[in-house]
Structure formats: C-alpha cells, structure tokens
Design a protein around this ligand. Structure first.
Ligand code: NAP
Length: 247
C-alpha cells in the first residue's frame, strides 16, 4: 500500500474529484480528514469510506474562511497527530462572459479556488516546515493554462493556483516539501454535468483519447504526487485531459 501510515487532508471531498481522491487514498492505506461545506454529504461520504480499514473523519468547513480553515487544521492535528498530505481540491465555477460578469461572480470564484488554497496551505505551513516533510497537491485546471471564453474568473483563479504552486515549491523545497499542481481537462462530475449537450459534444471532438475523464483518472495522478514515487518532482503542473491541450 502506497500511503500506509500517512494522514491525508482533502478539501471539497464530499463529492466529485475530491471524493474519488479520498477513496483512492483510503484504498492505499491513508488515514483521511475530509473537508467540505455540506455536513450531510460529508457524513454520507465518511460512511461510504468506512469499508476501508482506515481512520476517516469529516470536517465541515468553508475554505474561504481563514479562521475556520486554521481551526480545522488544528482539530485535525489534535485527532490525527500529524498531516502528511494536503490536497487543495475545493473549487467552483460561476461562468459568464466578462462583459456581463458581476463583481460577486468574480469574488466568489477567487475566494473558493485561490483564497481557499491559500487558507489551507497557510494554516498547515508551520507544521510541514517543522516536520520537514509534506506533500501539497493543488487542483488547478487546463483553463488556467489555455484560458476559456466565459471563464475569466475561473481561469484567473486556476492560473493563480499554478503560480502559487511554483512559488511555494521554491520556498519549501529545502524542507523536503513537494508542491505540485494537477490541471484536469473535462472530467465527468456534477460541475460539468450542467454544461449544455452541444458544448460537451464539441469538446469531445477535441479530445484525442475520445472520452471525457473520470474522477478516478485524476485521483490516480494525485496518488502518484502524494506518494514517495514522486519524491523528486516539485513545482510542476500536470495536465490530465486525454490529450486536449498538448504543450
Ligand atoms: P464538484 O463535483 O462541484 O465538487 C466540488 C466540491 O467542493 C463540492 O463538494 C463542493 O461542496 C465543495 N466546495 C465548494 N465550495 C466550497 C467551500 N467554500 N468550502 C469547502 N468546500 C467547498 O467539482 P469537481 O468537478 O469534483 O471539481 C473538483 C476540483 O477539480 C475543483 O477545484 C475544480 O475546479 C477542479 N476541476 C474540475 C474539472 C472538471 O471537469 N470537473 C476540470 C478541471 C478542474 P458543495 O457542492 O456543497 O458546495
């Protein structure tokens, strides 16, 4: 088992990609602290994860709230004694053409995606530096690399996450802390389910592997980045998109 004895924290883990990451990590022996805003959904996910013989606890937290984020980290450290892996996954979209985009739509997306990543990383930094080890995996998006009409807020937040990842990789490298980003393309979750069928059909024609990604595809890449198999990799943004964006 690749994460035996490790403690992992995943934000936005009640459903979608975050939930899949929690499942793959649990399968590989990690203890799990799963964080999300929806208490009922977290309890459901914690229940589903109980089939694995590993410790799992759910925490209700809004990642946009700085104090709540650091209180949650303290609670997790109390219950688990340490944290080895942080996956900043919580994210939202509020799509609109820039001309019509409201200040609220801009602020909300930046607050969850970028500030949320800052809040959890900041709250854990002292601990990671002290223990001289840690794995940080930030969930970005190919939109943060290529841009997309109607997603200026989302693209800016995800490009910001990639920049943050690289800066922290440079700051934390000497303390044996790996910081990497994952940039998925189109993954089948509730987030993408709401897109119009014609948009999905058009997108599919641009994917060489001729299928949309599954949450498990992203989770398996996160497993690699959270494990010792990737110990000489830091400051990178890994595209996982079926070949949609080649660089
Ligand atoms: P999802 O199904 O909508 O799940 C996102 C989770 O994050 C939900 O459980 C959501 O809770 C939670 N969340 C939202 N705001 C939060 C907050 N303020 N504090 C704590 N948790 C919060 O989305 P997904 O598709 O799994 O996306 C996961 C990550 O992958 C996101 O960062 C997304 O940008 C990224 N991504 C997804 C795709 C894709 O195609 N799906 C592509 C590229 C990148 P509620 O629902 O209760 O609000």
């Amino acid at each position: 088992m690749r994460l035996e004895g490790k403690v992992a924290l995943v934000t936005g883990a009640a459903r979608g990609i975050g939930k899949s990451i929690a499942f793959v990590f649990a399968q590989e022996g990690a203890s799990l602290a799963i964080c999300d805003v929806d208490a009922n959904l977290i309890n459901e996910t914690v229940g589903e994860l109980s089939k694995f013989k590993t410790k799992v606890e759910g925490f209700v937290v809004d990642v946009t709230n700085f104090n709540q984020s650091s209180e949650t980290i303290n609670k997790i450290l109390d219950k688990f004694n340490k944290i080895d892996i942080l996956v900043n996954n919580a994210g939202i979209t509020r799509d609109n053409l820039f001309l019509r985009m409201s200040e609220e739509e801009w602020d909300k997306v930046i607050a969850v995606n970028l500030k949320g990543t800052f809040n959890f990383t900041k709250a854990l930094t002292r601990q990671f530096l002290k223990q001289r080890s840690g794995k940080i995996v930030n969930i970005a998006s190919i939109i943060g690399i290529m841009g997309n009409a109607g997603q200026a807020n989302y693209a800016a937040s995800k490009a910001g996450i990639i920049g943050l990842t690289k800066a922290l990789a440079r700051e934390f490298g000497s303390r044996n802390i790996n910081v990497n980003a994952v940039a998925p393309g189109f993954i089948e979750t509730d987030m993408t389910a709401k897109l119009p069928e014609e948009v999905k059909a058009k997108m599919l024609t641009q994917i060489p592997l001729a299928r949309f990604g599954k949450p498990e595809d992203v989770a398996n890449l996160c497993l690699f980045l959270a494990s010792e198999d990737s110990s000489y990799i830091t400051g990178q943004a890994f595209i996982i998109d079926g070949g949609m964006l080649m660089q």
